[in-house]
Ligand binder design. Sequence first.
Ligand code: UDP
Ligand code: MG
Length: 417
Amino acid sequence: MAEILKIILWIAYFISLYFAVFWFMVLLEDKPKRKAKKLQKLPFVSIVIPAFNEEKKIRPTVKSVLELEYPRDKYEIIVVNDGSTDKTQEITKSIINEYKSHDIKLISQTNKGKGAALNKGLRKAKGEYFICLDADSYVSRDALSKTLPHFTNEKIAAVLPLLKVSNPKTLLQKMQWLEYIVNMFYKELMGKLDCVHVAPGPFSIYRKSILGKIGGFDEKNLTEDLEITLRLQKHNYRIVQLLNTDVYTIAPSSFRELYRQRNRWYKGSVMNVITYRRMMFNKNYGDFGIIQMPTIIISGLIAIIIFISLAYYALKPQLQYLYNLSFVNFDLITLIKNFTLNLHYLDLNYMTFLLVAVMLGVSLYMIKKSHAKTNEHKITKYGIFSFLCYLILYFFILGLVWIGVVFDLITGKRQKW
Ligand code: UDP
Ligand code: MG
């Protein structure tokens, strides 16, 4: 068992290192800076907010959109109340009454899921551009003026702003804050290779005509945002990840909430990769097929492997100790009397140390670089403790979620959202 585990662990190390080197090379590659075009005429934009039981969050979300630095006759807001059982509908109506000079519409339907809510908004939308904005997210004032100029050619189907975790309070939120910063840098990097794999719910901007052409959102999907992105990639459209304007989202605050969210995300990823399996390792899709598609699955596999290995190595000495105790009938005194310290420097596993040091070095460099790129100047902005937890503990938590996902998939658990 231990030997097999060791081999698997080394394979996982090797693959991680391979990807780290790949990303490093992309980082070092000197691509010309992405140019924006000057907008001759401001286009009309539709911002669709799907909302299911969002009474606590919908007001600040809509308000942030009302404060956009963009002419108010050039955009509409469509709130799609997806069968909320709380006060989402009443609150939206009261906002519409308060801001009569703005174009805000409310559509209601029975609960059909986010994909269906977006499609409902899509059918109603008048804009040249269609934006999805989750009801738990907020935009910066320049979120439109800084992004729209990046639709520089007809092949660009979507432009994505920089997404950060809003005002993190709990330790878990602070770790997610760091995670988002690193992910954003990674996505921008991959964007240079046309490898963006997901256009997230908070303020992804689509060319509406393209959404129409490919048939809108998948209504039965657990991760409709990943699915639509894979479909766009399949049709060889381009997706641009920007880092020049911030959008904020409220991250799950408790372990339970985080587990539920990630379980859905990762399960959705696995299912969509299976659906789009023909793109995997397919040269016709360039780096997206060769690198990005496998990464979605491999990241999960590596998380599981590292989780099991760490658990095994952490638990093994304790089990061994209990086993020894059984020999002396749990007579602690005898055991302590016979204890000799047996430490030889040559026995230490220097190879593993070296590997861990290299990985840590690469990670720290990437984290530092991510912060610089996302205009965050301090890597311990939310405290050294959360930083260390992110570095050491977070991966473990995600590993646990992945194990749950594998379990659910094997047992065929069904879920709607
Ligand atoms: N949503 C919806 N119908 C549903 C579930 C969710 O319209 O049945 C909306 C929800 O109100 C939010 C967006 O979809 O605006 C994303 O939902 P959530 O924040 O739960 O997803 P996550 O951010 O965890 O992926
Ligand atoms: Mg959300």
